[in-house]
Design a protein around this ligand. Structure first.
Ligand SMILES: [Zn+2]
Length: 300
């Protein structure tokens, strides 16, 4: 049956495990999802967040597995104010300051739902100092908070973190299987699906988004076209090609910026001034990350 967990592609065991935990009412408050890039950990974390925050709850007719109400749809679009996603913001990993910000945020009441979910990506990049700032929160989160950590391998995550979490292993999804999953979800050819995975560093979820984004595809075509014309182009042609690419590259980023600003103003009423400043700083860092992601996707 179609529920929130149906979108955890290529991980039937994880899907069954999380579904059974939610239905049986024994969800943990701290999870560590371990698996290589492209094994759908992020999608699984958002699916779990849906099951946890959905107002129909575990006592609902479908065991809390709605996936269709307003809260579920906001979470799926990654726009729910009570589901927070973090990635390392320092060059070498998580900053201690960033972890302190998360720890203090955990103690605030939820904005729309009854509970909150914190998703921390790449906790293999959580150094000792940052981890120490986080241990107490991880060990005893407030009753209405769930923390989902994502890491590459169990061994790459500090033992003090691992021991405080329910560990869920994710399998490596072979390339041919991944391409099949993408074809199923976007209708793209296997060849195009392969290129998209390559461009998105192995992430199935991002490859699907990439193939559904007309801006990204148009820009990529522009780059390929420019490359093929370089051999016969004179200096003036090259300047024009470059200027065209810069304009095209900005378009999707403007969309990202507009979406972040809209989201901020939508939630501004609920937030204190200091929280808004923190979100603005985080948005700036997100735009920088999106810029490098877009460049990577286009030139790979
Ligand atoms: Zn729901």
């Amino acid at each position: 049956m179609a529920d929130a967990f149906e979108n955890i592609f290529g991980q039937p065991r994880v899907r069954d495990f999380l579904r059974a935990s939610v239905r049986g009412g024994h969800v943990s408050q701290a999870y560590l999802f371990c698996g290589p890039a492209g094994s759908n950990k992020t999608a699984a974390a958002y699916a779990l967040a849906q099951a946890y925050l959905c107002p129909k709850g575990a006592k609902g007719p479908r065991g809390g597995l709605c996936g269709a109400c307003d809260a579920c749809s906001r979470i799926a679009r990654r726009k729910h104010p009570d589901v927070r996603y973090y990635a390392p913001e320092g060059a070498g990993g998580y900053l201690v300051e960033q972890i302190r910000e998360i720890v203090s945020d955990v103690s605030y009441a939820p904005i729309q739902a009854k509970s909150k979910v914190y998703i921390l990506d790449r906790v293999d990049m959580l150094g000792t100092a940052a981890a120490n700032a986080f241990l107490k929160t991880l060990e005893e989160p407030p009753a209405n908070v769930m923390i989902v950590l994502l890491g590459r391998t169990r061994e790459s995550v500090l033992p003090t973190i691992v021991s405080r979490c329910q560990v869920v292993p994710f399998r490596h999804i072979p390339a041919t299987e991944a391409a099949g999953i993408i074809r199923q979800n976007t209708g793209a050819s296997i060849e195009t699906a392969r290129i998209a995975i390559e461009a998105c560093s192995g992430s199935i979820t991002r490859a699907c988004e990439f193939l559904k984004s007309n801006d990204s595809l148009a820009f990529r075509r522009g780059v390929v076209d420019a490359m093929s014309r370089l051999a016969t182009a004179d200096d003036w042609d090259i300047i024009e090609l470059a200027a065209g690419l810069v304009r095209a590259a900005k378009a999707p980023l403007d969309d990202v910026r507009a979406a972040l600003e809209a989201e901020l103003s939508e939630n501004a009423d609920f937030l204190a001034k200091s929280a808004i400043r923190q979100i603005e700083a985080r948005n700036k860092r997100q735009i920088t990350a999106k810029t490098s992601q877009a460049l990577h996707q286009v030139f790979s």
